[in-house]
Design a protein around this ligand. Structure first.
Ligand SMILES: [Zn+2]
Length: 339
């Protein structure tokens, strides 16, 4: 099906960012050669360069979940099950097993985290989340199984690893391939294409698409029941149980340091009904989440605070590089790009 050449090509495609990393030009076509240090000391400079690889993430959104369970009546206890259909047929004894499910909303979801960018190719992250979900009765076979309602809150923490599928450096790689074929064209065409290539490669490309895998744990926050004697079916996390998620993330750069993103996520989690009234049973949840967020890098380059220095681009004072613009603006804007 796939021949080795395609694998090799894909590999080169993904490593293209690593290659461009060593080139003499950065994303905006500005030379990297003999770049001024970001600090007076070399240790400080190294620290500031590493610092720029990290970004803070803040996201919020909503999710829809479906939760299902195979209920087994085995131990003969009393369950909070009511029949809500087929009333006209009178009382029907409860079957031994029932497939029950519910589909509800989680709103809002909030996520905060830290993300490490490795050569615009891989990402590593970790974070903390909070959510508020609606909890409605399970339904199945004409029966309803009441859960503690009408909602719950839960927190979670997770670690993630991601692969950047497409971004400015991948685009540069593809452009280079596309214009290579004009190398042997007639001189007139070759010159025209070279000009076009140079113009396109200097364009600022703000989009980036990546996939991420997440592993985490969830903790359900139970409110203390106000009337302890009353039946309280309780949603709880399964002890020592991991949650899994896969996400597609599309990000748009506002500047070198700030970007906004949209994340679509599929999650798989397990809960348990831990009411003291009966044997706990598992409840498996699948959730589809959509989140929008903001990502901010702590800039390694300090903002220039020298009075009367109105330089907007990155510039040097005493051999150290300074920023002339806020982190929400591109630093090396050219004439006509100031606003
Ligand atoms: Zn300055």
């Amino acid at each position: 099906m796939f021949n080795p050449r395609i694998y090799l090509l894909l590999l080169v495609f993904f490593l293209s960012s690593a290659a461009s990393f060593s080139q003499d030009e950065d994303i905006f076509g500005i030379t990297r050669k003999a770049r001024a240090p970001k600090s007076q000391s070399s240790l400080g400079n190294a620290f500031r360069s590493i610092q720029e690889m990290f970004s803070f993430q803040l996201a919020t959104g909503a999710a829809q979940y479906s939760m299902g369970t195979e209920f087994y009546r085995g131990d003969g206890k009393v369950y909070p099950i009511t029949q809500y259909q087929n009333h006209e047929f009178g009382y029907v004894p409860l079957p031994d097993t029932l497939a029950l499910s519910t589909r509800q909303w989680i709103l809002p979801t909030v996520e905060a985290g830290l993300r490490l960018n490795l050569f615009n190719l891989l990402t590593l992250g970790g974070g903390y989340g909070w959510e508020k979900g609606v909890l409605q009765p399970f339904e199945g076979g004409g029966y309803q199984f009441s859960l503690q309602g009408p909602n719950y809150t839960a927190t979670n923490y997770h670690a993630s690893a991601g692969l950047v599928l497409y971004d400015a450096s991948r685009r540069r790689f593809l452009l280079k391939q596309r214009y290579k074929k004009f190398n042997r064209a007639i001189p007139d065409l070759k010159m025209r294409m070279e000009r076009e290539y140079k113009q396109r490669i200097r364009q600022n490309y703000p989009w980036s698409i990546s996939v991420e895998a997440e592993v985490g744990k969830v903790n359900v926050n139970q409110a203390v029941p106000q009337v302890p004697k009353v039946y309280q079916p309780r949603l709880a996390e399964v002890q020592d149980q991991y949650t899994y998620a896969a996400a597609l993330r599309v990000s748009y750069d506002l500047s070198e340091y700030a970007s906004v993103f949209v994340k679509a996520k599929y999650m798989q989690r397990s809960f348990v009904n831990d009411s003291p009234d009966f044997t706990p049973f598992p409840m498996d949840q699948q959730a589809y989440a959509l989140q929008t967020g903001l990502s901010i890098k702590v800039p390694g380059t300090k903002r220039c605070k020298i009075n009367g220095c109105g330089v907007v681009m990155k510039h040097n004072h005493d051999g150290v590089e300074y920023r002339g613009s806020s982190i929400f603006n591109f630093q090396n804007r050219k004439i006509g790009q100031w606003y």
